[in-house]
Every structure is written in C-alpha cells, then in structure tokens.
Design a protein around this ligand. Structure first.
Ligand code: HEM
Ligand code: NAG
Ligand code: NAG
Length: 318
C-alpha cells in the first residue's frame, strides 16, 4: 500500500512539475479570458509609434533581451530594487528604451481583464506589432507565458556581444535551442534601429595590432562611421542607423551585409562560414523568403518560457 501511495504521489508530483515547467503556449490561450487583448496591445503600440518612430526597434530588441535571459518572462521589464540591480540597469542596456509602451498596454489590458495576462505575453505581442507596423510580416503569437520574479544585471553577460565571432554566436544561440538558420534570420532584426558608437568602435579604431579599421568594412562606409564616431567620441548619442531604411522592416540589412556595410562584427561574422553566408545571400535576394524564416525563428525564440506568475505592474514583483 505504502508503495502504491508513494508511486501515485510521485506521479502527481511529476505531473505538476512538468505542467509548471512547460507552460505550454497556444494561439487561443486568452480566447475566453481576454478576447480584446491583442486589439488593446496593438492600439498602445500604434499610439506610441505615431509619436516616436524609434519605438518599433526598441520593442523588438526588448523582447529579444527578455527571451535570452531566463526565457521570455518579462525579466527585462523589472526595475532595480534595494540591493538588486535589474537587467535594464546592466551594461548593454544602452539602446533599451520605450518601456512605457508596455506599461501603457498593460494598463489597458488590466482594465479589460484584470490579473489574467502576463507582461511577457504583452511584450511578445508588442514585438510582433512592431515588426508588422514597420512594413514587415505579421503572424499569430502563441501565448501563455508567465512572468518571472528575478532580474539581475549580472545576467546580461549572457547576451551575445557585437564583437562575437561566428562560433561564439552559434554557441550562444544553440544554448537556447536556436539554430544557425535562426541566428541568421533573427540577425535580420537589425533592419530596424540604431547603434551607439561604443557598439562598433572595435571595427573602426584599433581593430587589431596591424590595422586600425576592419578590412571587411567597405572603406567609404568605414570613413563615414569614423567621422561620426571619432576615437575619443564625446557626443553622448552619436552612432549609426543599423541599415539604410532603419524604420522599415525589410531585407536591406542582408544586402548591405554583402556589401561590407553592416554595423557590428557579429553581423559581418555571418559571412564567415559557407552555411551562414548562403543564408545571408538567400535572404538578400528575397524579402519573402527572409520574412517567412524570420517569423518561424521569432516564434521559436519567443517560445523560450521561464516565468511562473502574472505580474500586475510590469515593473515590480509583489
Ligand atoms: C545575433 C546577436 C546579436 C547581437 C550581438 C546584437 C547586438 C546589438 C547591439 C550591440 C545593438 C546596439 C545597441 C546600441 O549601441 O544602442 C543592437 C541593436 C538592436 N538589435 Fe541586436 N543583436 C543581436 C541579435 C538581435 C536579435 C535576435 C534581434 C531581434 C530579433 C535584435 C534586434 C535589435 C534591434 C531592433 C536593435 C536596435 C534597437 C534600437 O534602435 O532601439 N538583435 N543589437
Ligand atoms: C542603463 O544603466 C545605467 C546604469 O548602468 C542607468 O543609469 C540607466 O538608467 C539605464 N538605462 C535604462 C534605459 O534603463
Ligand atoms: C572565436 O572566438 C573564440 C574566443 O575568442 C575563439 O576561441 C575561437 O577560436 C574563435 N572562432 C573563430 C571561428 O574565429
């Protein structure tokens, strides 16, 4: 009898652990509990974009940072508290902004269906809207993420750095179950937004012991970057757009990459293996092929779950 009871309770325990850990996502997760959710999020994102064209890039990068640290659990949204320094106050936070968009969306959603929708789901939806409202593809976002309780600045070290080479990038993505194809497609997120000088100065000053400038950069382009970002740059917000059409979601990023006019070493690194280079060429030659893979890879990245509760205020845990 004792064995039967303990076997049974063990089975129940395993069942509850696996259901807590998997938080299976689904397309119709809020159909009953919050049918107006997506409309409310889209409305908040549209309103913010109408005042500030940098919002879509910010939302896309915010979601990527969220998913790469502790899974997509809205850890990126938490504020530092007491002795704890949160992710958003960690070193590579330099371009993170527009957190207010998520707060506004959450407020609207709480008014419609209190205590039901996670901040992590709102961020995933906002990132999708950011892409589609910038001229990119749209897709159905699987939902049911939970919010986490921890956010640590020290963990932003787990994010890929712009100085990474292809093996470092590959490893960093593989640790999250993302393939080389996902790496190349998601790097296409750099079709939107801006980079500060500090993020690419390794390529334009003191590149290595012999050369000041990365020889894989187009020389005219390198000269332009050096004018905007001199060696001891003092201009706080100096930098460069990530591609020539930085508020439009398109495949220009891949075309520029092939011409030696990408911004980061990590972008350039995609040309250093035959497999990744072939993917870059494929995406450069077809916006449709790129978009299709981008959507697949976004759904994969945004399905890395991690949290366990629904936060009421996206900035703080209770
Ligand atoms: C492959 C590894 C990646 C590296 C090393 C990387 C690195 C960076 C860096 C250093 C910046 C500029 C920060 C600054 O100077 O302000 C940046 C910006 C950006 N990244 Fe990435 N990133 C990567 C992947 C991704 C992914 C997967 C996405 C989304 C799908 C993404 C979307 C963006 C966007 C949209 C911006 C512009 C943000 C803005 O203008 O507000 N990145 N990235
Ligand atoms: C980034 O971190 C610095 C401190 O490291 C902090 O002063 C700043 O407010 C943070 N920026 C954002 C957008 O959170
Ligand atoms: C990438 O960088 C790492 C760490 O510096 C190094 O060990 C590795 O050999 C490099 N890989 C390539 C392909 O350059």
């Amino acid at each position: 009898m004792a064995t039967i009871v303990s076997t049974l309770s063990f089975a129940l325990l395993m069942l509850s652990i696996s259901s807590a850990a998997s938080n299976a996502l689904s397309l119709n997760y809020y159909d009953e509990t919050c049918p107006q959710l997506e409309y409310a999020v889209t409305k908040a994102v549209k309103k913010a974009i109408s005042n500030d064209k940098t919002v879509p890039a910010a939302l896309l990068r915010m979601h990527f940072h969220d998913c790469f640290i502790r899974g997509c659990d809205a850890s990126v949204l938490l504020e530092s508290k007491g002795k704890n320094t949160a992710e958003k106050d960690g070193p590579p936070n330099i371009s993170l902004h527009a957190f207010y968009v998520i707060d506004n969306a959450k407020e609207a959603v709480e008014a419609l269906c209190p205590g039901v929708v996670s901040c992590a789901d709102i961020l995933a939806l906002a990132a999708r809207d950011a892409v589609s409202l910038s001229g990119g593809p749209t897709w159905e976002v699987p939902k049911g993420r939970k919010d986490g309780r921890l956010s640590k600045a020290s963990e932003t070290r787990q994010l890929p750095a712009p100085t990474f080479n292809i093996s470092q990038l590959q490893q960093n993505f593989a640790r999250r179950g993302l393939s080389v194809k996902d790496l190349v497609a998601l790097s296409g997120g750099h079709t939107l937004g801006f980079a500060h000088c500090s993020s690419f100065q390794n390529r334009i000053h003191n590149f290595n012991a012999r050369l000041d400038v990365d020889p894989s950069l187009n020389p005219t382009f390198a000269a332009r970057l050096r004018r905007v970002c001199p060696a001891h740059n003092k201009v706080k917000n100096a930098g460069s757009a990530l591609d020539s059409t930085s508020t439009t979601f398109d495949n220009a990023y891949f075309k520029l990459l092939l011409q030696g006019t990408s911004i980061f070493s990590s972008d350039q690194a995609l040309l250093t293996t035959p497999k990744t280079k072939a993917l870059v060429s494929k995406f450069a030659s077809s916006k449709g092929v790129f978009e299709k893979q981008f959507v697949k890879s976004m759904i994969k990245m945004s399905s890395i779950t991690g949290g366990q509760e629904i936060r009421l205020d996206c900035k703080v845990v209770r």
